[in-house]
Design a binder for this molecule. Structure first.
Ligand code: ZN
Length: 263
């Protein structure tokens, strides 16, 4: 994450009245929802918002792709284990059982299933026409292919359906993340990007214990889970940041009229 920037834009964001309606969080893999916006999800849930988390991929390749561990657990086993972890994490954030939705596309390979993914995202959005806020991976700043494609696809689907929720773009996979994981899975950047945007910093001090518990629920990612595993899938320095950082950051775009007002 980049250092927190507090300024007029953040103040505007925090002042803005937002109804506690339906909030959709799109996560490329189980655990991204906690890393990027676990504190925010906990706060929204406590305020009475109807938060739903949509996982794009099954997360089955974490051990195989990042650590070179292909059995115990094998990808097919991990897929099921990580579903359970995602449900447990959502519960820690204060969400009901039915708040998580698994689209189940293959981890690390979303690029090969874009048409089907797009169709499933449209299905999800059609069920929530009154969605007021959406959280998704930044379609340009994210380097990881599954992340970037999740962001690109959700944005395209929102536009197609003429839905205009307040969009929060988050960044999990920047260059530091790639270095710490020692794992790179990129795709070419989206063409034509370059919207005006501002970074807002949200204080999650009160929600940090819930975020920590939710992150711990993703046991396969934060523990030495497999026999012979010598490092966790999520590297220790990265974990420490998630466990201790009392803010979450989002890139926000707003109509020009609002930008003028706060500048
Ligand atoms: Zn991810």
């Amino acid at each position: 994450m980049t250092p927190p920037v507090m300024g007029s834009w953040t103040e505007w964001y925090l002042r803005t009245e937002r109804s506690a309606g339906t909030v959709l969080v799109f996560a490329p893999h189980p655990d991204d929802e906690v890393i990027a916006c676990g504190g925010t999800i906990a706060r929204l849930a406590a305020e009475g918002a109807r938060v739903r988390i949509v996982f794009a991929t099954d997360g089955a390749m974490s051990h195989s792709a990042v650590l070179g561990i292909h059995r115990d657990p094998a990808p097919a086993e991990l897929r099921l284990i990580r579903r359970g972890e995602a449900r447990a994490a959502a519960k820690e954030l204060g969400l009901p059982e039915d708040a998580v939705h698994f689209l189940d596309f293959p981890d690390t390979a979303l690029a090969g299933h874009l048409a089907a993914f797009r169709a499933r995202v449209l299905d999800v959005l059609r069920v929530h026409p009154g969605v007021s806020e959406v959280y998704l991976p930044h379609e340009v700043r994210e380097l990881n292919a599954d992340h970037r494609l999740t962001g690109e696809t959700v944005l395209a689907c929102l536009a197609e359906l003429d839905l205009t929720p307040l969009i929060h773009r988050y960044v999990v996979w920047d260059e530091r993340t790639e270095q710490e994981f020692a794992f790179v899975n990129r795709n070419p950047p989206a063409a034509g990007a370059g919207v005006a945007e501002r970074l807002v910093t949200v204080d999650i001090t009160e929600q940090l214990p819930r975020k920590q518990a939710a992150f711990r629920a993703h046991r396969t990612q934060v523990e030495l889970y497999a026999p012979g595993q010598t490092r966790p899938v999520v590297p220790e320095p990265f974990q420490q940041r998630v466990f201790t950082t009392p803010v979450e950051e989002f890139w926000i775009t707003e109509p020009a009229a609002v930008r003028l007002e706060v500048e």
